[in-house]
Design a protein around this ligand. Structure first.
Ligand code: NAD
Length: 375
């Protein structure tokens, strides 16, 4: 069994798909692990550490991919990488399959079996391979750190001889995995935290973290969670009520962190241009949904925008990549667990009847087999 890991080519991607720790795990399963030189650089892992863990490090991408049975990546492979795959090779990555249509088509064309880590179902057996959660948790933490960095004041209340510094008021919109970690991190820094979501189950979670919950709790709210645990797209009527309620609140906040996503759709707008205009100078908004279209009007992907009224809208991409060592370490462990479903007796066995593999497979046998992506 030959496992290949190449350098990430996606702009600004600092994470990597294996660590020395996970190389050892694959070697113990009987695999040969080939790693392209420089793969771990963004996560402070020198090539020598991969070699010490039992990997073979090669400088050339094609030489790494040549004959590989299993290719592990953070982002989907490039077109050039795909041309180097052998037919039937298995690729596992955060493919971003709904949007990266060309990559998906090329993988199908190359006869690869590609699995998207973002499609791993949120079931108990798959928790250990849940890369969305491992990365969202770090993104939520990092969002608060970015907010604190952009904010010209402190988070905790400080009573000093020269006077009192007030605690920052932080409002977290969208309380999934990232939002919960943002609440916890902001609380640890001493902020006064409030949060909102459309899923009723989040109310108790918010309160258990010592934050206050705020939402339009009508009939639609009571039914806003899908069987899969995700949020539904809300009606225009609900959105108007929500905007009125949160608008009054946003005005008084120092920091707003937005994380709201709906699978397979553009992120909902939760902070309108009017909301932004109502905020005090020096306030900060961090939009974690920016890569999915954004929750904040006026935010720009990859940029920190300062509005005419002095509000910073932080739209940095790939927040997990700003805490790359931890993000790589957790993602690499997610991959070991996922690959564990395929590695049998020193070889690869793809059993698409397994409910996790069935949910995550995107291309197989020369075709795009994932219904949502195909449609
Ligand atoms: P997500 O990233 O899809 O969305 C982030 C949050 O935004 C969600 O809480 C969602 O309800 C919220 N949101 C969407 N539209 C909104 C709107 N208009 N206004 C306000 N908030 C809005 O969420 P996630 O972090 O991936 O979590 C999704 C679900 O999966 C949750 O129910 C979570 O508990 C569950 N989960 C389960 C497991 C497991 O059991 N293995 C692991 C992780 C997450």
């Amino acid at each position: 069994l030959s496992i290949a890991v190449t350098r990430e080519r996606h702009e600004g991607e600092t994470r990597c798909a294996v660590t020395p720790d996970t190389v050892k795990k694959f070697v113990a399963l009987g695999a040969t692990v080939l790693v392209e030189a420089g793969t771990g650089a963004g996560s402070s892992i020198p090539d020598a550490e991969y070699v010490a863990a039992g990997a073979v490090v090669k400088p050339d991408t094609r030489a790494v991919l040549d004959g590989a049975d299993l290719v592990l990546k953070v982002r989907g492979p490039t077109q050039q990488e795909i041309t180097a795959l052998k037919p039937g090779a298995v690729v596992i990555a955060l493919l971003d399959a709904y949007r990266e249509k060309d990559t998906v088509a090329a993988l199908a064309g190359a006869g690869a079996t590609a699995f998207a880590m973002e499609f791993v179902p949120r079931i108990t057996r798959a928790q250990v391979m849940d890369a969305l959660s491992s990365q969202a948790n770090l993104a939520g933490y990092r969002a608060v750190i970015e907010a604190a960095n952009a904010y010209g004041r402190g988070f905790p209340m400080m009573m000093t001889a020269a006077g009192t510094v007030a605690a920052a008021k932080v409002f977290v919109m969208g309380v999934g995995v990232a939002g919960l970690q943002a609440i916890a991190t902001a609380r640890r820094l001493g902020a006064v935290v409030t949060a909102t979501d459309v899923r009723p189950a989040t109310k108790e979670q918010v309160e258990s973290l010592g934050a206050k919950f705020l939402a339009v709790e009508d009939e639609e709210f009571k039914n806003a969670q899908t069987a899969g645990g995700y949020a539904k797209a809300m009606s225009e009527e609900y959105k108007a009520k929500q905007a009125a309620l949160t608008g009054e609140h946003i005005k008084k906040q120092d920091i707003v962190i937005t994380t709201a996503l709906i699978p397979g759709r553009a992120a909902p707008v939760l902070v309108t241009a009017d909301h932004v205009a109502s905020m005090k100078p020096g306030s900060v908004i961090v939009d974690l949904a920016i890569e999915n279209g954004g929750n904040v009007q006026g935010g720009k992907l990859g940029e920190v925008v300062t509005t005419p009224n002095g509000v910073s809208i932080v739209g940095l991409a790939n927040l997990p990549g700003r805490i790359a060592s931890d993000a790589s370490s957790l993602y690499a462990k997610n991959l070991v667990a996922f690959a564990g479903l395929l590695i049998k007796e020193g070889g690869l066995t793809v059993d698409l009847e397994d409910e996790i593999l069935k949910a995550a497979v995107v291309t197989h046998g020369g075709a795009v087999v994932h219904e949502g992506v195909r449609g």
